[in-house]
Design a binder for this molecule. Structure first.
Ligand SMILES: Cc1cc2nc3c(=O)[nH]c(=O)nc-3n(C[C@H](O)[C@H](O)[C@H](O)COP(=O)(O)O)c2cc1C
Length: 291
């Protein structure tokens, strides 16, 4: 492992490590207005949904490295504490990147990036029509630490395009293509090919409840141990004993003639196969034959 102290790496270099390691980050395309109604639009990937009740999002413009000045978004929010977070999908990233150019204050990035403004219902800044989701927000607090202005805002109204909804009006993840920012100039767009489900166990038995030889298996991966450890309960002792008479297990025993390591190897390969078939129950019974 390479160990790095921020003060040794320097600000720029540590930023590169962090933005490449904490990735992908969701992107907020934030619209704001100043007191005179001039519109601004800028992307921020230091962004997340952090509070449930009330619904709270945060994003963090940092001062410009060139002259330590506040970005226009922060200047606007100090005048009008309202914003729309327009959510970003893979079809918008080139325009989003264009909107991040250092245009002078008062320049409308909707026009520069070619986005269409539509009026909001609860706040002054307009929404981006092309975005599949809009969060109308009231700013609660701007917390300043060093170069960062952490904007803490409450979502007062959310809009989601029909094109990402299922028949019950909920967001269908398979219809989304959310974009995320990674290190350097890299982006990620979610989609069918990159989405996978991991059911959350109520309270799994834990990897530590598995036989030690399974925990230390060179054949089973961390993910496979995670699936076994997520089982709601340990297999019944009788079922484990019974499974020992299974023809395949008996044949492993015969093939390996008491050589424990060889037996475990065959067994762990079988556990792997059963997990690949989605048969967790039998995989557990097989795992508990391990010596
Ligand atoms: C995808 C993307 C994400 C960005 N995220 C941030 C961020 O989280 N914080 C930040 O200070 N700048 C970020 N930037 C840079 C700002 O968007 C850029 O400085 C912009 O010009 C600020 O605009 P403003 O001065 O109009 O507010 C990001 C740029 C891009 C393209």
């Amino acid at each position: 492992m390479k160990s790095i102290r921020p003060e040794d790496a320097g600000v720029r270099s540590f930023y590169q490590y962090m933005t490449s390691a904490i990735a992908p980050r969701p992107i907020a395309l934030v619209s704001t207005t100043d007191r005179s109604g001039n519109i601004n639009l800028s992307p921020f990937s230091f962004f997340n949904y952090v509070g449930i009740d009330p619904p709270i999002i945060v994003f963090a413009p940092n001062k410009r490295a060139s002259d330590d000045s506040y970005k226009d978004t922060v200047l606007n929010l100090k005048e009008v504490p309202e914003a729309v977070v327009n959510l970003v999908d893979g079809n918008m990233v080139q325009q989003v990147s264009l909107a991040s150019s250092a245009y002078e204050k008062g320049i409308n990035e909707f026009e520069k990036a070619g986005f269409t403004p539509v009026p909001s219902l609860a706040v002054a800044p307009p929404r981006v029509q092309e975005s599949p989701g809009h969060l109308e927000c009231r700013v609660l607090e701007i917390k300043e630490i060093g170069s960062m202005s952490l904007v803490i805002a409450e979502v007062v109204l959310a809009h989601f395009s029909e094109r990402i909804l299922d028949s019950k009006g909920r967001i269908d993840m398979l219809k989304t293509r959310w974009a995320g920012r990674a290190g350097g100039d890299w982006y990620i767009a979610s989609g069918r090919e990159s989405l996978f489900e991991v059911p959350r166990p109520a309270k799994g038995i834990g990897v530590d409840a598995l036989p030690l030889s399974v925990q230390r298996s060179a054949i089973l991966t961390g993910n496979e141990l995670g699936i076994l450890g997520s089982a709601a309960e340990l297999p019944d002792q009788n079922d484990i004993r019974q499974y020992g008479y299974h023809a395949l297990i008996a044949s492993f025993r015969e093939q390996t003639q008491g050589a424990c390591e060889n037996f475990n190897e065959l067994l762990h390969i079988r556990v792997k196969e059963l997990l690949a078939e989605g048969n967790v129950k039998e995989a557990l019974l097989a795992a508990f034959q391990s010596h």
